[in-house]
Design a protein around this ligand. Structure first.
Ligand SMILES: Cc1cc2nc3c(=O)[nH]c(=O)nc-3n(C[C@H](O)[C@H](O)[C@H](O)COP(=O)(O)O)c2cc1C
Length: 213
């Protein structure tokens, strides 16, 4: 656990073992989501949506669609993190809130709404919209993981699930893309792996048009 961002980044691991005896309250879950919502998003469209799976029977249903990964049921909450491909419909409202808050003037909001429509070819470019919701929801997920670490919790992101099956079983309309699931809760300490080594900066960073990796 660390309340320092740099420490949290170096401290977070993907947990497999969760303390099944320690739940999280709705207030704690909602606080985690509030940090996820602080993430940046393209045009501030805020594509991420969250289903907090907390009920045991619902967790079992999700686990059966998630390669039977135990953390889905062991964690206090497993989020299904979604990207809303129609989230841009709220953009005039969202930017209107920024106008009300005095961040910028209505002219800027109008400019951004038009810019977003143009960039996404009025949202008919399905590939680009899908890429964008996955990008934005992934940033939100990362925020949530770092917030969890800062609160002394652990998290486990997952792509190991049957996306179409989850969509059907949880009555998720087509407009939402399941981006990942994310188990969050208290750790069963000794049973989780320590941090794994990373590629080095030299292996991953190139400058300008020089040698690439
Ligand atoms: C998008 C994504 C999907 C992942 N899916 C799974 C998964 O289904 N099951 C699992 O055990 N770990 C999953 N992981 C965790 C990775 O294995 C883990 O992040 C990686 O090994 C690095 O370890 P660390 O997160 O502890 O640093 C996933 C991670 C990401 C980012």
């Amino acid at each position: 656990m660390s309340t320092n961002t740099l420490d949290s980044i170096k401290h977070r691991v993907s947990a497999n073992a969760f303390d099944t005896a320690k739940p999280l309250s709705k207030a704690e879950i909602e606080d985690l989501v509030s940090y996820a919502l602080e993430a940046p998003s393209s045009f501030d469209i805020q594509h991420a949506r969250f289903i907090a799976v907390v009920d045991q029977a619902q967790k079992e249903k999700l686990k059966a669609l998630s390669w039977n990964q135990a953390k889905v049921t062991d964690a206090a909450v497993t989020f299904i993190i979604l990207g809303d491909t129609l989230a841009h419909e709220k953009l005039p409202d969202l930017l209107g809130r920024a106008v009300k808050a005095g961040v910028f003037e209505q002219g800027v909001a109008d400019y951004l709404v038009n810019g977003a429509a143009g960039f996404y070819s009025n949202y008919t470019n399905e590939r680009l919209v899908r890429d964008e919701v996955i990008r934005s929801a992934s940033f939100a997920a990362m925020n949530l993981m770092l917030a969890a670490d800062a609160k002394g919790l652990v998290s486990g992101p997952m792509i190991g699930f049957d996306s179409a099956g989850v969509q059907k079983a949880f009555n998720i309309p087509e407009r939402y893309v399941p981006v990942m699931t994310l188990a969050v809760g208290y750790a069963k300490e000794a049973d989780n792996w320590p941090r794994k080594p990373r590629l080095t900066v030299a292996e991953t960073l190139a400058y300008d048009e020089g040698k690439v990796f």
